[in-house]
Write a protein of this length. Structure first.
Length: 410
């Protein structure tokens, strides 16, 4: 029990969080990306991982401790259990006294009574215990989710390409039918929405859509789109080079970025960037891609210009054609057992607040327990709100039980 009480201490979680905050501050002074540094350091350090595990263990112990105290108080107020240390906030012993008169006074004050042999339990209002349990459950799931994410998270970055199968490491196969980017008019936060439409294998006509948020899931992996790009089919020939044709994955979005396609085994390099289309608009939304290009041989510029998707350029003996262009999304496939726990935690925490506030403000729980011993009466008191009024009733009861009473002790 001593070990359990130590694990349930309210000081453990703040101390651990202070340790991680100190590491974060040190990382911020040492360089940029302090949060990324803290996460990487925690993942590599066994001591920090074990220290982080102590947070959900502490919250779980506090859950059990508070549930045990609540059940003990409930049983004590009904005369079915003894009072254990820490169950009530105030305790006072007074000599003799008429419990029946005290019970009548408590009844007049609006307290519901439970009578037993040599005891009276009085209570009114509703307890915030359910809201407290929701809050602690939310914090427990949040801390456990963070621990699982840091210790077991695995990330694989692959390109998802229109018209191509999903990456081969996914057991649930499928083909990417389309990648769509569209404007959201009047949206309060995000101005654009990205959708990846996948036709699943083995299910006739089954299509799954993956958006930005919340992330979709396939074969146990969450899909997090990171960077947009295009995969043009580049057909290129030169006087000293027969025609070659291949798809190149280019991260060109947003317009203005530049990426290069190296023609393997040759001194040629073709640099591309997205140029403005005559009709205007975002090319990733309209699908009207217009490329600025520059052909280099051993660092020397041989040709440059603009070329729309489906067009052909010829000059200086060079031929460049882009008969097909496909959208691509560089995607993180994340296997993270902590994410569902984090989502559940983020739903429980607001629910606990919504449950707590009306009870705490309108009709909080107040409890008084009177127990007759051999030659005196022991009185216990506890309140979750309305403390001044409750304290007035409690001390009035003490005065009734013992005219010589001068005060209690915590």
């Amino acid at each position: 029990m001593r070990l359990f009480e130590l694990m349930a201490s309210r000081r453990i979680t703040p101390v651990i969080l202070a340790v991680f905050m100190a590491i974060y501050i040190a990382a911020a002074f040492a360089g940029d990306e302090a949060l990324t540094t803290l996460i990487a350091l925690t993942q590599r350090n066994v001591f920090l991982i074990c220290l982080l595990l102590c947070v959900p263990l502490n919250i779980a112990a506090r859950l059990l401790s508070e549930a045990r105290k609540w059940d003990g108080r409930r049983r004590a107020l009904h005369g079915r259990a003894e009072v254990r240390p820490g169950m009530f906030e105030e305790e006072a012993a007074v000599s003799g006294g008429d419990l029946a008169a005290a019970a009548d006074r408590l009844g007049v004050s609006g307290y519901r009574l439970r009578r037993g042999e040599g005891m009276i339990g009085a209570f009114r209002g509703y307890s915030v215990f359910p809201a407290r349990m929701l809050f602690l459950c939310g914090v427990f799931l949040l801390s456990l989710g963070i621990f699982l994410s840091l210790s077991l998270r695995k990330v694989t970055r692959e390109a998802v390409i229109e018209g191509e199968p999903l990456p081969s490491f996914l057991r649930e196969g499928g083909r990417v039918e389309a990648i769509e980017l569209r404007e959201l008019r009047g949206a309060p936060l995000l101005a654009r929405d990205l959708t990846i439409r996948v036709a699943l294998d083995g299910a006739a006509g089954a299509v799954k859509r993956f958006g930005l948020y919340p992330p979709g899931r396939i074969d146990g992996f969450f899909l997090y789109p990171r960077y947009l790009g295009v995969a043009p089919l580049v057909q290129f020939s030169a006087p000293d080079l027969p025609q070659v044709a291949d798809y190149y994955l280019l991260t060109l979005y947003p317009p203005g970025r530049e990426d290069s396609a190296l023609v393997a085994g040759t001194p040629y390099k073709i640099s591309f960037r997205l140029a403005e289309t005559p009709a205007g608009g975002d090319p990733y939304i309209t699908g009207a891609f217009n490329f600025g290009f520059r052909i280099e041989k051993a660092g020397q510029i041989m040709a440059q210009g603009t070329l729309p998707a489906g067009g052909t350029f010829s000059g200086n003996g060079l031929t460049l054609a882009l008969p097909d262009v496909r959208r691509i999304v560089s995607t993180d496939f994340v296997r993270d057992p902590g994410v569902p726990l984090l989502w559940l935690a983020l739903s429980l925490l607001p629910l606990s607040l919504i449950t707590y506030l009306p009870v705490r403000l309108l009709n909080p729980r107040r409890e008084i327990l009177l127990m007759r011993k051999a030659d005196h009466v022991v009185a216990y008191s506890r309140s979750e709100g309305g403390r001044e009024r409750h304290a007035g009733v409690f001390h009035e009861i003490l005065d009734m039980l013992d005219k010589d009473y001068t005060g209690g002790n915590r």
